[in-house]
Design a protein around this ligand. Sequence first.
Ligand SMILES: Cc1ncc(COP(=O)(O)O)c(C=O)c1O
Length: 404
Amino acid sequence: MNIENIKSQFPIFSQKINGKPLVYLDSSNSSQKPISVINRLNDFYKNEFSNIGRSIHSLAVNATNKFEETRMSVKNFINAKSIDEIIFTKNATESMNLVATTFGQQNIVKGDEILVTELEHHSNYVPWHFLRERKGAIIKFAPINEDGDIITDELKKLITSKTKIVAVTHLSNVTGTIVPIKEIVEIAHKKNVPVLVDGCQAIPHIKVDVTDLNCDFYAFSGHKVYGPTGVGVLYAKKKWLEKLPPYIGGGAMISEVKKGKIVYASPPEKYESGTMSTAEVIAFKESIKFMESIGMDNLIKHEDKIKNYALEKLRKINSVKIIGNPKNKAGVIAFTIQGIHPHDIATILDDDGVAIRAGHHCCQILHEKLNLTATARASIGVYNNKDDIDMLCKAIDNCKKIFD
Ligand SMILES: Cc1ncc(COP(=O)(O)O)c(C=O)c1O
């Protein structure tokens, strides 16, 4: 596969936006979809559709098998030990709510501490805040330094005998910081504290091996890895899935229901209640195939090249300030332009066909820390090339001219 020509696999790039070729730099928000994923969704609905796990007719058995094939692909992709450790949800947000709710119900009492970091997306903070509201838990924040790196020595000090869980992102969706998860897991485990990792941004950009990381929980969304919406993944060590209570009650998550008693199904079914995103999960296997066909090493090399090119060019533009300078940075580039509101930047860039995101990116704690209310963000996907970065810079120049 020629990585420079990868765009040709994405039909969306054949259209123009505002009369200009689409330059898509919003993959951290959600990535575009290759034709193989789109075709699989279409094929499944056209020729194979059935619900899973219930009926025993041919279509249902085929759909169930295909659904389970995706579970196997995910297991292999993140190197989990067992398919029973892979739970499908509707997105990463739901995966993290699942953990916060069930873990909180079982393990958190008034005065217990939950340790998050200043980098967290709201979906790895708000579910823990519920436990502050509902159970009187205390939330602590591991600080970042001015480069946007978590200060691990400070994190270590914040783990006390009251700490019940550490919840931390693997890759910041603002600064692009790649967080040393393995080190954090070692620190927390030494004090017998489990770790949940928000892997939403890491999964599309770096090699993730949950067995090597040794984390207890790892959450991500399919739509950020070139997959359909409606697919979330929660990896959890089997011991947790067996021990924690179920999350959503209903069909498919039980093995026996009597008037006086209910026996829950074993994981993963215990956590997959009701009709799942059947077609989307089945098509998600094609997203993993797509990633594997490129190879994570090639993907990382390519994205690094584009990121470095982007940083070099953006740094040369007067009045552009890149937010954060972490030790290890992925292609997630938040920036400001002096005197221009990020929403104005995004609107004006859109006129040139350049799609970026502006706002607080669901990271208000981080923006407050940085004394900012909003930033503009260009985020790189595997389909981006140097021409896209040239277009971004040209559009920024045009934007600046309007405000000069
Ligand atoms: C770091 C991070 N965590 C969690 C999420 C939430 O993902 P989703 O909206 O797919 O649940 C996002 C989405 O932007 C994210 O960037």
